[in-house]
Design a protein around this ligand. Structure first.
Ligand code: FAD
Length: 343
């Protein structure tokens, strides 16, 4: 766990901007490692609107946000980026030699000469239910996100929530877990109709235990979750044995720890030098994509791509001081007498 991960550019945020940075850095032979608080890459595109079409990506008249994420991953795969997913970058420490160490909330350490903050609206933090001792059971049976479904094989699982993730995971885990109970404080669900119908079907088949309108009001157990207290409207609370309690009440983005790194912040965004390279007030730390601000800033995916491209040129100079870099096109093969450089 305390192993040091080393890379050239450490990217905080695996949204579209972070993923495209890997590609641009790869063209310059720079290696990247990405940290994201979410268990999957794609940032807002995969977390907030994977099925929504986007119309302003050059050369794609229309592309679903989820498909754009897939394409970005495919494009940067050749440069073999590393990922630390499901962990939030917590601290940034400048070393004497000018390099940086970034540590996550789970203690994973990363070392790099350049840090690119592509943190978007901030890290997506789970909304937690108001249960007084819930923090004591985090990672001891309480999880707010599902990172590894296999961990629930043969287990008793209680999921709480009424949106798509609560429904989708109840459906998915009904094949893996020994028992799945879905608890929601209303009788109506907010998710897609077909997911609601599927859960009803699984309930009728005895594969999902559905309890509504109800809430989990307490957690008990010696060191790990053993039982949860279910309170059904108008009824006496009772205890339900379980190995896991997974509240899926949605995620909300917060600039979070990045706000304490000594960076110049304006209106919840990081100020950068946009006439040059999107560097922040800390040399070697860049901010690109939705997370930054400068005169005329637009929070659009294609602007993040542009900023990533310029930022990588500056990163190259920091990592290879004094070495001249000549811009080449990615496709030059077969062009007679043309070496790819702009004359
Ligand atoms: P994000 O996508 O926000 O990704 C940032 C990532 O950083 C997140 O995954 C977050 O978890 C992570 N992160 C932040 N802080 C930390 C930390 N401390 N530790 C670890 N991880 C961290 N744009 C368009 O161009 N066209 C559109 O049609 C369009 N439609 C949109 C529709 C909706 C509903 C929404 C919400 C946005 C839309 N946008 C659109 C905006 C677009 O999604 C954003 O501009 C884009 O996602 C920004 O990318 P990013 O990589 O900079 O940040």
């Amino acid at each position: 766990r305390n192993k040091m991960i080393k890379t050239d550019i450490l990217i905080i945020g695996a949204g579209p901007t972070g993923l495209f940075t890997v590609f641009e850095a790869g063209l310059l032979k720079l290696k990247c490692h990405l940290i994201d608080a979410l268990p999957q890459p794609g940032g807002q595109c995969s977390e907030l609107y994977p099925k929504k079409p986007i119309y302003d990506i050059p050369a794609y008249p229309e592309i679903l946000a989820g498909d754009l994420t897939e394409k970005l991953l495919e494009q940067c795969k050749q440069f073999e980026p590393g990922f630390t997913l499901g962990e939030r970058a917590e601290t940034l420490e400048k070393q004497e030699d000018g390099t940086f160490i970034v540590t996550t909330n789970k203690g994973t350490k990363h070392h790099a000469p350049v840090v690119a903050i592509a943190g978007g609206l901030g890290s997506f933090e789970p909304r937690k239910p108001l249960i007084h001792n819930i923090a004591d059971y985090e990672d001891k049976g309480v999880e707010y996100m599902i990172k590894e479904p296999e961990m629930y094989r043969g287990k008793n699982v209680v999921i709480a929530g009424g949106g798509d993730s609560a429904l989708d995971w109840s459906i998915f885990l009904s094949d893996i877990a020994d028992r799945v109970t879905l608890v929601h404080r209303r009788n109506e669900f907010r998710g897609h109709l077909d997911s609601v119908e599927k859960v009803q079907e699984l309930k009728n088949l005895g594969k999902v235990n559905l309890i509504t309108p109800a809430e989990i009001t307490a957690i008990n157990g010696d060191g790990r979750v053993e039982t949860v207290e279910v309170t059904k409207k108008g009824e006496e609370p009772y205890l339900l044995e379980t190995d896991h309690f997974i509240p899926l009440f949605g995620l909300s983005p917060k600039l979070g720890p990045i706000g304490d790194w000594g960076l110049e912040i304006e209106k919840n965004a990081i100020k950068v030098n946009n006439s040059l390279d999107y560097q922040t007030n800390i040399p070697g730390v860049f901010a690109i994509g939705d997370v930054n601000t400068y005169p005329g800033k637009l929070k659009l995916i294609l602007c993040g791509f542009h900023e990533a491209t310029l930022m990588c040129q500056a990163a190259y100079q920091i990592i290879n001081p004094g070495k001249r870099y000549v811009l080449k096109y990615t496709t030059v093969a077969g062009v007679d007498g043309f070496d790819g450089t702009r004359k």
